[in-house]
Design a binder for this molecule. Structure first.
Ligand code: NDP
Length: 392
């Protein structure tokens, strides 16, 4: 029996809130708060369970503290933007509630994905006896749990890990991003980075590619090497890893648009002067691009995100692939969002469920692979994200 405060009423917030509402036995009271209250009200109107809503500026710690003191949640699920992670963690510490998020903190003026800012909260959460669960989306999130599950059940040592994220869906738009455009473009245009033999190797953005043949009829797709935040914790927590990489599929049209936008400076994050006003190019671009939420009814096809792992079991070499396939139209029919929001919002709810029920318990700041993967893996199967494991 838990009271949950969900912060952020975007694409992911919608799925997370509606999925929490499917578990009234755990989440007895739900409050959804975001910068724009009307967005919370629209989501609450679609909920099978009553949901309170509130306007909240999550950049403002006293405002978050006041809302927590008023609603008295047991935990806060942060599905706003990565910029709000630290203010929400501060408010959770001040009020004594658990914290769950889906993306690591990023400073507004620097597109850099690092856990150092949030790992710095370790002692404070430990001393307060509170849990902070970081990165409970799909990637990071489920990919960390897939790896932990493989390490627990299938390998004595995992030597190589390739996380491969494929969106084989199509929304029919010339250029659009599947989640927050600003966060998405900052991530995709960053330098690539992978981990090999104990050190990080950098690559130019999107300069390395491979073709992977995805299962269940999706077929071969070009995947680009990127840096992704779960690599940072996985190389610490999965013993014996010799190499860890992350790949994502992109269509030619998406890449061409991105290249042109980058060349003309539209993806820049530094403010520029425009007619006497300071504007940030990428924020202006975001205002022009389709709202990812509007892609829900338009997107067809499937996503396939999984972990390809090689290693040793009982002295024998083994290759294992664990993946989930999610259908955009089925996700939309269930919760009114396409599969990108769905594959993030469902694990966000499950992470909250793990903390709320005590299935995952601990004082401190945790990445997903640090807890027992089994209850999370079971919950994926029963909450719309079934997974498959194949030995190759
Ligand atoms: P959206 O842009 O659709 O939604 C973000 C929401 O947060 C909006 O409703 C916005 O309000 C609200 N918000 C922004 N700033 C504030 C603030 N200062 N105070 C209160 N509310 C605020 O993003 P998504 O739903 O696509 O993504 C949500 C999160 O999920 C992001 O952190 C993203 O990085 C993460 N993510 C994680 C993935 C994973 O697999 N781990 C995959 C995809 C996303 P308003 O609408 O009024 O501006």
């Amino acid at each position: 029996m838990s009271r949950i405060l969900i912060i952020g009423a975007g694409g992911v917030g919608r799925v997370a809130a509606l999925k929490c509402a499917q578990h009234p036995e755990v989440f007895t009271q739900i409050m959804l708060a975001s910068r724009t209250k009307s967005k919370c009200d629209t989501i609450a109107a679609d909920s099978p369970q009553p949901m309170q809503t509130a306007a909240l500026d999550a950049d403002n710690v006293p405002e978050i503290v006041a809302l927590i003191n008023e609603f008295k949640p047991d935990l806060v699920l942060n599905v706003a933007l990565p910029y709000q992670d630290l203010t929400i963690m501060d408010a959770c510490l001040e009020t004594g509630v658990h914290y769950v998020d889906t993306a690591n903190y990023e400073p507004l003026d620097e597109a850099k994905f690092e856990y150092k800012w949030q790992w710095a909260y370790q002692e404070r959460f430990r001393e307060a006896g509170l849990t902070a669960l970081l990165g409970s989306g799909f990637d990071p999130g489920v990919t960390n749990v897939f790896t932990a599950y493989a390490a627990k059940h299938h390998f004595d040592e995992i030597h190589t890990l390739d996380i491969i994220d494929c969106n084989a869906g199509d929304h029919g738009q010339a250029f659009a991003t599947n989640f927050n455009p600003e966060i998405n473009i900052r991530e995709v245009t960053a330098r690539g980075r992978y981990w090999e033999r104990g050190e990080w190797v950098e690559t130019d953005p999107l300069s390395w590619a491979m073709t992977y043949d995805f299962p269940e009829g999706i077929g071969p797709k070009k995947c680009y090497l990127m840096y992704h935040e779960e690599l940072e914790s996985l190389v610490n927590n999965i013993k014996g890893l010799k190499r860890a990489r992350f790949w994502m599929t992109f269509g030619d049209s998406y890449l061409k648009h991105l290249e042109v936008l980058g060349n003309v400076g539209m993806t820049g994050i530094a403010p520029i002067d425009f007619q006497g006003q300071k504007i940030v190019p990428i924020q202006f671009l975001k205002a022009l691009l389709p709202d990812p939420g509007s892609l829900g009814p338009l997107t067809k096809g499937r996503t396939c995100i999984g972990c390809l792992m090689k290693g040793l079991k009982d002295g024998r070499e083994k290759t294992l692939y664990i993946y989930n396939i999610c259908d955009h139209e089925e996700a939309y029919a269930e919760v009114g969002s396409q599969a990108i929001s769905y594959t993030t919002g469902v694990p966000a709810m499950i992470g909250a469920l793990m903390v709320a029920t005590g299935a995952w318990k601990g004082a401190g700041v945790f990445n997903m692979e640090e807890f027992d993967p089994d209850p999370f893996m079971d919950a994926l199967n029963s909450n719309g994200l079934p997974w498959t494991e194949v030995e190759l």
